[in-house]
Design a protein around this ligand. Structure first.
Ligand code: COA
Length: 257
């Protein structure tokens, strides 16, 4: 799976196409003056189709996004699927996880067997997450995240939290190698352990993992209908930095030609 972004540009506008999982692409770093978005989207869709892609995800900043974004997305068959809130904080201001009831263990290595085990746990942790798609492949997603050359990707990026003998939670934490910005690529508590205060400890362990990997800033986000996750950002005093709309084009959504 290619992990280097593919540059997409038209006259006056540019962006990057990244592979989120096989056949599923994301358009990132969109830049260009008003009026150029539609042509850029068409170029991106052409690149996705040329590679046999089945979906393209585009995020649009609701405050600063280009005014022509929504009509251009609708015209090309994109559907607005969600709204996302993003938060930013300085890592040294975040609480540590001293006193946590969870015992954490990083992956011993990144062999396929370990990744498949971790992916099975990720899938359980993702149950009920409004952002988890039925066609998401947890193994491919995890493999893709860890193979991203811009981000840290060692075995210490994935940790499983146990409550007594039982695995109860998982965190994937990564840091952008050049900017020092950390992200919690995924975190979750298994359904049977939710609603008893563990989520806050899981979030805090993620902060500790990012700090151990040298992160200076934390940038995180969740869908605006993920109330427990929104509460965790608020509990840990992470200020909201922006809101994004997520639009998706799927192969079957495309208007008949
Ligand atoms: C988000 C998640 C990790 C929270 O874990 P948790 O162990 O249930 O969280 P907690 O028990 O610590 O609760 C956190 C807060 O959410 C609140 N909460 C819990 N369940 C809730 C619900 N269904 N609706 C609204 N609020 C809820 C709690 O009251 C608590 O609020 P408080 O800080 O005001 O007391 C867990 O719901 C989860 O794994 N979800 C699926 C994966 C996911 O969405 N990951 C995040 C992707 S960005």
């Amino acid at each position: 799976m290619p992990s280097e972004p593919l540059r997409v540009s038209t006259s006056g506008a540019s962006s990057e196409l990244v592979v989120l999982q096989p056949g599923v692409f994301g358009l990132r770093a969109v830049a260009g003056p008003s009026g150029t978005f539609g042509a850029l989207l068409e170029a991106a869709l052409e690149a996705v189709r040329a590679q046999g892609g089945r979906a393209l995800h585009v995020r649009v900043d609701t405050a600063t996004g280009q005014p022509d974004a929504a009509p251009a997305l609708v015209a090309l068959g994109f559907v607005r699927v969600s709204e996302r809130a993003e938060f930013e904080a300085t890592v040294s201001d975040l609480p540590d996880d001293a006193g946590s009831p969870l015992a954490w263990e990083a992956l011993p290595d990144l062999g396929e067997h370990r990744l498949r085990e971790a992916a099975a746990l990720l899938k359980r942790a993702g149950e009920g997450d409004p952002d988890w798609q039925s066609d998401d492949d947890a193994f491919e997603l995890l493999k893709g995240y860890l193979a991203d050359p811009a981000l840290t990707g060692g075995p210490d990026c994935v940790a499983v939290g146990r409550l007594g003998e039982s695995p109860a939670a998982i965190v994937v934490a990564q840091v952008h190698r050049t900017s020092g910005v950390g992200r919690l690529t995924y975190l979750g508590v298994f359904p049977e352990f939710r609603g008893r205060g563990l989520g806050a400890w899981v979030h805090r362990h993620g902060f500790a993992m990012m700090a151990a990997q040298g992160a200076e800033r934390y940038r995180g986000g969740t869908l605006t209908n993920n109330l427990p996750m929104l509460k965790l950002f608020s509990r840990h005093s992470c200020p909201e930095s922006r809101r994004l709309e997520e639009w998706v084009w799927r192969h079957s959504d495309a208007p008949a030609t």
